[in-house]
Design a protein around this ligand. Structure first.
Ligand code: MV4
Length: 634
């Protein structure tokens, strides 16, 4: 086993790798950019080396700097994590040239999987099922079109160098073909500087099911079952799970064995993921192979009880696989939700800012939070705005999903916008609970997930009122405890002596006026205070709420020049105009404080206050006349 390794990454995956290395007694070296000077992964590592300024292409992606950091600290091996240099064949070469072990697959395997077309040719030769199509070197448009016509439409054009849906075009008829091919090639050139195209039969409503494989340098290979990553948004995974819903033992074994064949075809070593599309008939087709540890690997760890980073370190150090295939089993069900600093209501615009509040759900054997940030850290513009991966396990899918929803409702993040509400709505949506998922899930259930429907407001409004009154009750009790007169009736907050309390609340985009004639208590309701109001997590989904000052009016609406009464018991805190001074309709005359909120009393029309009956600091009973007002003649 290694004595010291360098982690060529940052954030949650760097912290995660350091944890396992530490458990194995392996010393760790972190690398960091200017922006990550105080980052958690730097604090966790035994040593750290500054490698450049904040932009990734001036730090984490600079091969020479990473290699230099490893050499100067005496690290024997480098773990690349995912992203950054993790699938960069040149980086692998330079590690080897400097006698540094690259904790990952051989260079040839990375190179072989770098092109979708080349990968498909290798897999076809290995007997791994492919989607019907063409992925040849002859890029004559007529050849590609003939293949499409022969397969029948719809077909999918894909860039061989592509990924994440870039350079991909669906074609529904021959008449569309030429334009679609041109567009796909232009996008491919712009994105990858390579416009080699392949064409496939377009599978409708497919599932993205991937198999975790592991191979050592002694020709041993196992699969650690599957993960379902179908729930994606614009080719970014949102929630992943293991095992995949609805996959039979027989299909699982067939896919696992096909994945092993794929790995063997490229003499694979280390952790790898073979991605398949599964169609509505239960047939599976090779999509691509990832030659790195995936972001979503924790769900596999939760159902198998294996530490995949430990496996990586052992295999890279020349050891044999820790388990044989018959020693691996699936236990229970796991989900991973990717918590992001982004605004789902602004088309998932990345959010930046300081994490003023950051409290994770209580972690235990069933709840795991992989994160690279702590309260007070800044989510910057330089890197992927993932805050954490929330991973949960339970004995079956239903219980695991309940645990996910509960954990999401317990997450407290303040200071920037997150996707937690979106994740909660997704996790509690009916079809997701039923396991009825495919790659189009989010688009197909957008209304339910984004919950912009006003209909929900009727459901949420009384809950919001209950939350506010509950919160006030709690504050009143706390205030009484701190008071020299704890039994004073002023500390009561149970609408004592008040007319029906009125509340004004913004719920999502709707503003509602509420007269609350009774507390509403609903089981399964969680209220989370945030810096912009409070969040309701209910069985009908997530609602962000902001309390607004209710418009109490004057109590003398329609009475021109009438006196103005106190809308409720309270304290007069400020008189804002002089007696006799001319005022306009709507001008603020005085401010009261009641129910821990300020209430303004405004001029009902143009005119002047002829007399104030109270002064600042006075306690005022609800309904008392506050002042005499003389309207100017219309
Ligand atoms: C497909 C497909 C349907 N039919 N290929 C999307 C990006 C890349 N991973 C491959 N992708 C797809 N390839 C055929 N022949 C549908 C997708 C697809 C998809 C696949 C997995 C997860 C999410 C997806 C979202 C949109 C489309």
């Amino acid at each position: 086993m290694f004595t010291k390794i360098l982690i060529a990454n940052r954030g949650e995956i760097a912290c995660r790798i350091i944890k396992t290395a530490r458990s194995l007694g392996v010393a760790t070296v972190a690398v960091y950019s200017d922006a990550d000077q105080h980052a958690l992964h730097v604090k966790m590592a035994d040593e750290s080396v500054h490698i450049g300024s904040s932009p990734s292409n001036e730090s984490y992606l600079v091969i020479e700097k990473v290699i230099q950091a490893a050499l100067e600290t005496g690290a024997e091996a480098i773990h690349p994590g995912y992203g950054f240099l993790s699938e960069n064949a040149d980086f692998c070469r330079q590690c080897a040239a400097n006698n540094l072990v690259f904790i990952g697959p051989p260079i040839e395997a990375i190179a072989a999987m770098g092109s979708k077309s080349a990968a498909k040719t290798i897999m076809a030769d290995a007997g791994v099922p492919l989607v019907p199509g063409y992925h040849g070197d002859d890029q004559n448009p007529d050849i590609i079109k003939q293949s499409a016509n022969k397969m029948g439409y719809p077909v999918l054009l894909k860039a061989a160098a592509g990924g994440g849906g870039k350079g991909m075009r669906a074609v529904y008829s021959e008449t569309e073909f030429d334009e679609a091919l041109g567009a796909a090639k232009r996008e491919a050139i712009n994105s990858f500087n390579d416009d080699i195209m392949l064409v496939e039969k377009y599978l409708l409503k497919p599932r993205h099911v991937e198999i975790q494989v592991f191979c050592d340098s002694h020709k041993n290979a196992v699969y650690l079952f599957e993960r379902d990553c179908s729930v994606q948004r614009r080719h970014q995974k949102v929630i992943e799970e293991a095992p995949a819903p609805g996959i039979t033992e027989a299909l699982r074994q067939r896919m696992g064995e096909a994945a092993i064949k794929a790995a063997a075809a490229i003499n694979y070593e280390g952790a790898g993921t073979v991605e398949f599309l599964v169609d509505t008939q239960g047939e599976f087709f090779f999509m691509e192979m990832n030659t790195r540890l995936q972001v979503e690997h924790p769900v596999t760890e939760m159902i198998t009880g294996q530490d995949l980073v430990e496996w990586q370190l052992r295999v890279a150090a020349g050891e044999t696989l820790p388990c044989s295939q018959d020693q691996l089993n699936i236990s229970g069900h796991a989900f991973e939700a990717r918590i992001y600093a982004e605004d789902p209501d602004q088309d998932f615009l990345p959010a930046t800012g300081v994490l003023k509040q950051l409290q994770t759900p209580l972690e235990n054997t069933c709840v795991r939070v992989d994160t690279g940030v702590v309260e007070g850290d800044e989510v910057s513009i330089y890197y992927d705005p993932m805050i954490a991966k929330l991973v949960v396990w339970d004995t079956d899918r239903e219980r695991a999903l309940q645990r996910l929803a509960k954990a999401l409702s317990e997450y407290r993040i303040g200071g920037l916008t997150t996707n937690i509400g979106f994740l909660y709505n997704l996790a509690t949506s009916r079809a997701f609970q039923d396991g009825d998922i495919d790659t189009g899930y989010i688009e197909a259930h957008e209304q339910e997930i984004f919950r912009q429907r006003d209909a929900d407001i009727d459901y949420a409004a009384p809950l919001a009122a209950a939350a506010i009154l509950e919160q006030r009750e709690h504050k009143a009790i706390e205030a009484a405890k701190r008071s020299s007169e704890p039994n004073s009736p002023w500390h009561l907050n149970n609408s004592w002596g008040l007319p029906q309390p009125r509340l004004k609340v913004q719920i999502q985009q709707a503003v509602v006026d509420l007269t609350v004639d009774s507390m509403v208590s609903v089981d399964g309701l969680t209220v989370a205070s945030t810096d912009t109001g409070f969040d309701l997590f209910t069985r009908n989904g997530f609602f962000h709420c902001t309390e607004m000052q209710p418009d109490f009016g004057t109590g003398n609406e329609g009475v021109d020049g009438g006196n103005l009464n106190a809308p409720m018991n309270g304290t007069l805190v400020a008189v804002l105009v002089d007696t006799g001074a001319e005022v306009n309709k709507g001008d603020t005359l005085l401010v009261m404080e009641a129910m821990k909120m300020e209430h303004t009393i405004i001029a009902p029309s143009g005119g002047s206050v002829t007399e104030f009956y109270f002064q600042a600091g006075d306690l005022v009973d609800g309904g008392s006349e506050l002042l005499a007002f003389e309207a100017t003649s219309p």
